[in-house]
Structures are given as structure tokens and as C-alpha cells.
Design a protein around this ligand. Structure first.
Ligand SMILES: Cc1cc2nc3c(=O)[nH]c(=O)nc-3n(C[C@H](O)[C@H](O)[C@H](O)COP(=O)(O)O)c2cc1C
Length: 373
């Protein structure tokens, strides 16, 4: 049986061993943007998940662009050194390639960690000023963001560029721009949060202008040997707001800006938006985005090897990403390979846990001697 999920894929200058991607997942465990020992444990574990690519959590391009006090950043030399330590370790310990998601939280910044409530920071919790396209809070009681002015546009663009340069120096294989989940770039694209009347508001083309400028500026400094992509919004799940046709326009624009892939996610622009909870709910949108010719990944309740294989084998997406299922089963890729009769790399130290261990599996051509040590 040959598996499409376990076939390689090329994204720009980067070849991935298979089409399984660990989705970016905030850990809220950084200190002033610096990765910690938690990241060594977490990303070290995911480095051996069997995924071809692990995308490091939303990593913010400026201090005030962080979602919470515990969010990761790439806005200082200290941040760069801390993340380099983690990625160097993961490369020594694991088999996956590594990407990083660069983000700015916009009007959803200055909030609590999920386990502290996940709401906006209260006055005694060291909140900070947030920025957005318009002065519209994310939800009732949330900070009212300051509408961005010319110097904010220039500073945030430059911050994305500087963070991308840091990511290249660290040696990431891929850089992913966060343009989803209601954060700054998405808040420009969505009519729910963007009521500007200048060249950054109004038509979809105008609302796409700032995300496009970021993409172009980052592409200009990221060598072709590093894959550059974006996580985009397939739907706001709000009547009259962003819909799949807008995601197609977004993907075309990003492809023209030189991006190598688009990852289709959805939701998050408002507390009222509710994502469907059906397996693979973004897959039909990804299929439309893929018709633009950009390499397409999707995410959202993809849990089983069979489902993941069907999505890529039927040409609905080129890659699948998983978040919660891989936290639950950190060797998800190994188990998927076994289910699909495919091969996946394991570190030397764990080779004896490979297919030969399992009843009914063919003995390896050159079985290692059975020694009890
Ligand atoms: C703990 C956790 C942290 C997350 N952090 C991020 C993040 O940093 N960036 C992002 O784009 N999505 C983030 N997400 C969303 C996931 O990447 C993914 O899109 C979502 O969980 C749906 O996929 P799943 O059904 O496989 O979990 C996070 C999800 C979880 C569970």
C-alpha cells in the first residue's frame, strides 16, 4: 500500500519527508518572549512525532504584539538566543524540520493565559495598549485598540522583517505568517474589525493591503532556501464577513507576493464566531484555495490516519496539520505510518520500537540481535 500522506513534498527550497505538520500551539510559557525549558521538553517531544514539519507557536514580532505575558517573541537578542538553544537541541534530538509562526496579536493582545481565564488583562495585571485597524474592541469589556497610524504600519512591517531575519539566522526551515484567528493581519482583512476609510480599508483589495505588504517585505529578506507561508482565514463564520471566496483571493495575493504555501484555518475574529465542530471542517475551503495553485495545508479536527490520508490522496489539500491530536499522542506520525503501511524516521535510540515489534509485521531485512539491555 503506498501512502500519499507519507510521500515527500517540496515547499520552495525545502523538502519535507511527509505531509504531516504539527500546527503552531502557544504554550504561554515564555519569559519576556524567551523560550524556556518547557519549550525544550515540548518541542523536543514533537521533534519525534513523525511529522515532516513542526511549526513553533505564534512568536511575536514586538513585545506589545504578544497575546499574553507568557507568549513567545523574536523581538530581542535574548529571544533569538533562547529560541536558538531550543531549536539546536531539537535538531540534535529529533527527526522533524522546524518552522516558526510570526505573529502580532493586534486587538487580541494584552490578555490572560487560558488557564488564568483567557480574558483581557485587568488593570492590576500589567496590561498594555493594543493596536488594530479600527478602534473596535474584540468583545465586551476588551481593551479598545488604538487605530494604527503611518508610523505603526512602518514599525510593525519592520518588526516582521527583523523577526524573519532572526528566524533565518536561527536556521528555521520555514517561516509562517499568522494571518488568521483574529490577530492583527486577519483583523485588517475582516470587515468585522476593519472600518477604515483609507487605502487599508473598504474593498477586499484594500483590506488585504497591509498583510500583503508584510508578506512582500518578509519575502524580500527570506532566502528561497527557507519556505515562506501563511496561515490564512477560510471563513469568519459570521454572516457577511470573510468567506471561502475571500480566502481564495488572499491565497492568490500571497502567491503573487512569493509565498510558498497557505495553511487554511478559520474563525477567531469575534467571541460570537463559532467554528463548526465536524472533523476536517476547513477541508472544503482548503480545496478551493488549492485551486489557485499554491501548496495548501489545512487544519481542524483531523484526528485519524485514515482521514488525513484521504484528504491528501483525494487532492483536497497537499498537507494536513494537527494540534490537539498530536498533543494527545506525541508519536501520532509513527502510529499513522503503521496504520497506513508506510515508513517514518525514528531516532536511533528508538529504532527497536519500530514496525518489527508489532504482531503480523514483516521482520526487518537485517534484524538486530535480541539483547536484553
Ligand atoms: C494549545 C493550543 C495552542 C494554539 N496556539 C496556536 C498558535 O500559536 N497559532 C495558531 O495559528 N494556532 C494555534 N492554535 C490552533 C491550532 O494550531 C489549530 O489550528 C486548532 O487547534 C485546530 O486544530 P486541531 O483540531 O488539530 O486541534 C492552538 C491550539 C491549541 C490547542
Amino acid at each position: 500500500m503506498s501512502s500519499t500522506l507519507f510521500s515527500p513534498i517540496r515547499l520552495g527550497g525545502v523538502e519535507l519527508e511527509n505531509r504531516i505538520v504539527v500546527a503552531p500551539m502557544c504554550q504561554y510559557s515564555a519569559v519576556d518572549g524567551c523560550a524556556t525549558d518547557w519549550h525544550i521538553a515540548h518541542l523536543g517531544m514533537l521533534a519525534n512525532s513523525g511529522a515532516g514539519l513542526v511549526v513553533v507557536e505564534a512568536t511575536h514580532v514586538e513585545r506589545h504584539g504578544r497575546i499574553t505575558h507568557g507568549c513567545m517573541g523574536l523581538y530581542s537578542d535574548e529571544n533569538e538566543a533562547a529560541l536558538r538553544r531550543v531549536i539546536d537541541f531539537c535538531r540534535r534530538a529529533g527527526t522533524a524540520k522546524f518552522g516558526v509562526q510570526l505573529a502580532h496579536a493586534g486587538r487580541k493582545a494584552s490578555s490572560q493565559r487560558p488557564w488564568e481565564g483567557g480574558a483581557f488583562l485587568k488593570p492590576d495585571q500589567d496590561p498594555w495598549e493594543t493596536i488594530a485597524p479600527s478602534g473596535l474592541p474584540f468583545g465586551p469589556g476588551w481593551h479598545t485598540p488604538r487605530p494604527m497610524v503611518a508610523e505603526d504600519f512602518a514599525r510593525v512591517r519592520a518588526a516582521f522583517v527583523a523577526a524573519a531575519q532572526r528566524a533565518v539566522r536561527i536556521g528555521f526551515d520555514a517561516i509562517e505568517l499568522h494571518m488568521a484567528h483574529g490577530y492583527l493581519a486577519h483583523s485588517f482583512m475582516s470587515p468585522v474589525s476593519n472600518r477604515r476609510t483609507d487605502q487599508y480599508g473598504g474593498s477586499l483589495e484594500n483590506r488585504m493591503r497591509f498583510p500583503r505588504e508584510i508578506a512582500e517585505a518578509v519575502r524580500a529578506v527570506v532566502p528561497r532556501t527557507v519556505a515562506l507561508g501563511a496561515r490564512i482565514t477560510g471563513s469568519d463564520w459570521i454572516e457577511g464577513a470573510l468567506a471561502p471566496a475571500d480566502a481564495v483571493f488572499c491565497a492568490k495575493t500571497l502567491k503573487a507576493a512569493g509565498l510558498d504555501y497557505a495553511d487554511v484555518s478559520s474563525g477567531g475574529i469575534s467571541p460570537e464566531a463559532r467554528n463548526p465542530n465536524t472533523p476536517g471542517y476547513n477541508v472544503p475551503i482548503a480545496e478551493q484555495v488549492r485551486s489557485t495553485g499554491i501548496a495548501t495545508r489545512t487544519v481542524g479536527l483531523i484526528m485519524t490516519a485514515k482521514h488525513a490520508e484521504a484528504i491528501v490522496a483525494e487532492g483536497k489539500a497537499d498537507m494536513v496539520a494537527m494540534a490537539r491530536a498530536i498533543l494527545d499522542d506525541p508519536h501520532w506520525g509513527w502510529h499513522a505510518a503503521r496504520a497506513l503501511g508506510a515508513d517514518v524516521k525514528r531516532p536511533n535510540q528508538y529504532l527497536r520500537s519500530g514496525p518489527a515489534l508489532w504482531p503480523g509485521a514483516a521482520a526487518p531485512a537485517e534484524a538486530a540481535p535480541r539483547v536484553n539491555r
